[in-house]
Write a protein that binds this ligand. Structure first.
Ligand SMILES: [Ca+2]
Ligand SMILES: [Ca+2]
Length: 352
């Protein structure tokens, strides 16, 4: 019996619908599979901030911190974590590279470019740098122009081992947020974990005008953390999105230029399952400040040995009780020759 044209069309439509449903099912399955199988991530990077080159307190501590960063690969992580530190893929610098944006702080013989360099081969540092402006850097245009020439703009993003890293300048303006909206929407995988860095904290009043827009954008993605600086200290806090139930891990990143010891930078390790942020006390027991703990530090310590009520005690009172005794010597022994990272805090963030 000959089929009518209407029958054939209906049959074809039916087959077409089945085929479309099958394709959609396979696409969704692929997306879910992609989200859940991960990338076999094994990414290590460092975070520092507020280097303030051309500001006297950093003249010794900035190169000492670089030495400490260069000496990290192969060191033992704290016992709670286990394992050793891999060679970092890069260093994030969340602003204020140059104190007051001075020319000498950027271009000078002991400035940022000479010591940190940019690509891991042109300064003292062994790793490439991803830098964003701080409120000091914006005072002159040459740092802005350098960032634009390297990264295409003062805000930019890149993918590293299945992690999307986003620089949002000093703080995200409306223009930057419009870009962020497009940038995150165009990620190759919408489930990719995202790390944000900008100079000012989420709570800074400069963000107030566009805060709701900012929160609405990042609320759609898997934001692992915000790293920021500006406040010259080191701490981990949770930021509650005032417009939703979202809560974000935020890390205030220390400056190496604070007068008081210790100083910290973050060692970040991201796998498929977790992001671990180690608050590395690199300057612990580094009395002769060169980023290492060795005989030179012991010589300074020995001069303070058994002092009582000695105030800062030349930095040798590691326990903070105003005396230099066996308890301080034990700390020095623990840090001796720097075989293990000495940290104050470890934050482990699950990647779901
Ligand atoms: Ca030392
Ligand atoms: Ca002590």
């Amino acid at each position: 019996m000959k089929r009518s044209i209407f029958y054939r069309l209906n049959r074809h439509n039916s087959n077409f619908k089945v085929a479309v449903k099958a394709i959609i099912f396979v696409m969704i399955a692929c997306i879910l599979l992609f989200c859940t199988t991960g990338y076999a991530r094994n990414l290590t990077f460092l975070v520092t901030s507020d280097l303030h080159y051309n500001y006297e307190p950093g003249e010794v501590s900035n190169p000492a911190q670089i030495t400490a960063m260069n000496n990290l690969p192969g060191k033992l992580y704290p016992e709670e974590i286990g394992g050793t530190v891999d060679t970092p893929s890069f260093v994030l610098v969340s602003g204020d590279m140059s104190d007051r944006g001075t020319y000498a702080g950027w271009f000078g013989p002991t400035g940022f470019l000479a010591q940190y360099g940019l690509n891991g081969t042109d300064g003292m540092l062994h790793y490439p740098v991803y830098e964003g402006q701080g409120n000091n850097d914006v005072l002159h245009d040459f740092i802005k122009n350098s960032i634009i020439s390297r990264h295409g703009n003062i805000y930019y993003s890149f993918d590293a081992d299945g992690v999307h890293v986003v620089c949002l300048d000093d703080y995200p303006t409306l223009e930057i947020l419009n870009w962020l909206n497009s940038d995150l929407a165009s990620m190759s995988d919408p489930c990719m974990p995202v790390v944000l860095f900008h100079h000012r904290p989420f709570t800074d009043s400069a963000l107030d005008a566009n805060r709701q827009y900012y929160m609405s954008i990042i609320g759609n993605y898997k934001i692992l953390a915000l790293f920021y600086g500006h406040l010259h200290d080191s701490s981990h806090t949770l930021y509650d999105d005032p417009y939703s139930d979202a809560v974000y891990d935020t890390f205030l990143t220390d400056t190496p230029t604070r007068h008081s010891s210790p100083n910290y930078f973050y060692v970040v390790h991201i796998t498929d399952d977790t992001m671990t942020v180690v608050e590395n006390n690199w300057s612990e027991c580094d009395l002769y400040k060169d980023g290492k703990t060795d005989f030179l530090d012991f010589a300074v310590f020995a001069e303070q040995w058994m002092q009582i009520d000695c105030g800062p005690c030349g930095g040798a009172d590691f326990t903070g009780d105003g005396n230099v005794d066996a308890n301080d010597l034990k700390k020095l022994a623990d840090k001796w020759l720097d075989s293990r990272i000495i940290c104050r805090n470890i934050v482990t963030i699950p990647i779901e």
